[in-house]
Design a protein around this ligand. Structure first.
Ligand SMILES: [Zn+2]
Ligand SMILES: [Zn+2]
Length: 302
């Protein structure tokens, strides 16, 4: 085992799904831990961060962490009001996410705990809290290098490209991949030639920015919320159909793909069917991509 591991604490999108039919995959919302030695990076703070916080309170080696947020939709921040290290005086927590300044990031993190939504505010947090400013070159946190860029999701949302040891991990929990391409194809008979030419350019830019974020990743953790049928009903909601996620990963030469941000309506049997179909797609394409369903508790050696 190397000195670095990744662990899934929450793999659901939208809302927690603690139903007995779902527990093989897990019911908590987005939270992924990357630990390199004593450096702890946490991607998103959905309900999965609650059991992570409880586990961290059982050890005394680590007292510091860096929390990167893709955006502030409920399913990505709703674990913070119950994250015990934040309420404990000897901890140091740095937050980063979309926002023009540390103050706007702080507002985005803390507003869910204001009255009448929650009994106590972030002023009751006893840990040393820092909100970090955007840096064009990304962040270096101990041995972990973190870059970010915008992805396609309502509001400003980041995807993260993370380097640990020699591994590149991309975390893009919420992203509707190939959005422009699919939308234009869907309505192509409505546009004239000039408009279609303009859209071609936009599609090219979309491909390029997806490629920049995902290219040659060892591990891609990506939104795969919908089946093709459900995607048709939720086009424009900012989430991907798993077929598009797989195709995007293959095009970007990704080695291992973890389908993530599962729809809370899909039980373990539905997720198994997605795994089976995913393997068929990859085989048909003759690709060497390895595709997994991200499951709560899954740990990867980095
Ligand atoms: Zn989400
Ligand atoms: Zn979202």
């Amino acid at each position: 085992m190397s000195n670095a591991q990744l662990r899934f604490w929450g793999v659901r999108g939208s809302y927690a799904a603690p139903f007995s039919s779902h527990l093989g995959v897990g019911g908590n919302t987005s939270c992924v831990e990357i630990r390199a030695g004593d450096h702890l990076l946490i991607c998103d703070a959905g309900t999965g961060i609650i059991p992570l916080g409880n586990e961290l309170m059982q050890q005394d080696k680590i007292r510091e962490m860096f929390v990167i947020l893709t955006h502030y939709h409920w399913d990505h921040v709703c674990g913070l009001p119950f994250f015990v290290p934040a309420f404990s005086p000897d901890w140091k927590i740095s937050f980063f996410g979309p926002g023009d300044s540390p103050t706007s990031i702080e507002e985005n993190v803390s507003s869910q705990m204001q009255a009448p939504y929650f009994p106590v505010g972030t002023e009751t947090w006893l840990a040393e809290i820092n909100y970090l400013v955007q840096q064009s070159g990304g962040f270096q946190y101990g041995p972990i290098k973190i870059d970010f860029s915008n992805v396609h999701h309502p509001g400003i949302t980041f995807g993260y490209r993370i380097q640990v040891n020699d591994k590149t991990i991309v975390y893009a929990s919420d992203n509707e991949c190939m959005f422009i391409e699919k939308s234009v194809k869907h309505r192509s008979d409505e546009f004239n030639e000039e408009e279609l030419a303009l859209f071609e350019e936009m599609i090219h830019e979309e491909h390029q920015s997806e490629l920049n974020l995902f290219k040659d990743a060892d591990i891609l953790i990506h939104d795969a919320q919908y089946t093709p049928d459900d995607y048709e009903k939720k086009r424009g909601w900012g989430h991907s159909c798993y077929v598009d996620t797989i195709n995007t990963a293959i095009n970007a030469n990704v080695k291992e793909l973890y389908l993530f941000h599962h729809d809370p309506n899909y039980d373990d049997a539905a997720m198994e069917a997605i795994q089976k179909h995913s393997n068929e797609i990859i085989k048909e394409k003759g690709s060497s991509l390895v595709c997994h369903i991200a499951k709560e508790g899954m740990t990867i050696d980095l």
